[in-house]
Design a protein around this ligand. Structure first.
Ligand SMILES: [Zn+2]
Length: 98
């Protein structure tokens, strides 16, 4: 598992002030078309159970940090699903490569 933190550089205040998002990228090689189909049905319950606790630990976030899955975490259309953290970690987008 590899974690990449991207600080937001947008000057759009509304976008900048959103709490941190965690985007998870599965390991399997997917074609662009598969990726477009699959991103609508990611195994987020499994990720919540198996992946997110490790992410919280790796990032040294408080153990009681809450997160919820949202199909609309990164965009107003369903192209960028992810977990929304309940507290701001320097307004970052956290990309987890499984
Ligand atoms: Zn979109």
């Amino acid at each position: 598992m590899q974690i990449e933190i991207r600080k937001r550089t947008t000057t759009n205040r509304k976008a900048f002030n959103k709490t941190a998002r965690v985007y998870i990228w599965p390991n399997e090689k997917e074609t662009v078309v598969e990726q477009m189909v699959n991103r609508r049905c990611r195994p987020h319950q499994q990720w919540r159970r198996d992946v997110m606790p490790k992410v919280i630990q790796e990032l040294k976030l408080p153990f009681d940090t809450k997160y919820r899955w949202s199909q609309f975490a990164g965009c107003s259309c369903p192209c960028s699903p992810g977990f929304i953290l309940d507290r701001c970690v320097d307004a970052s987008d956290i990309h987890v490569h499984l």
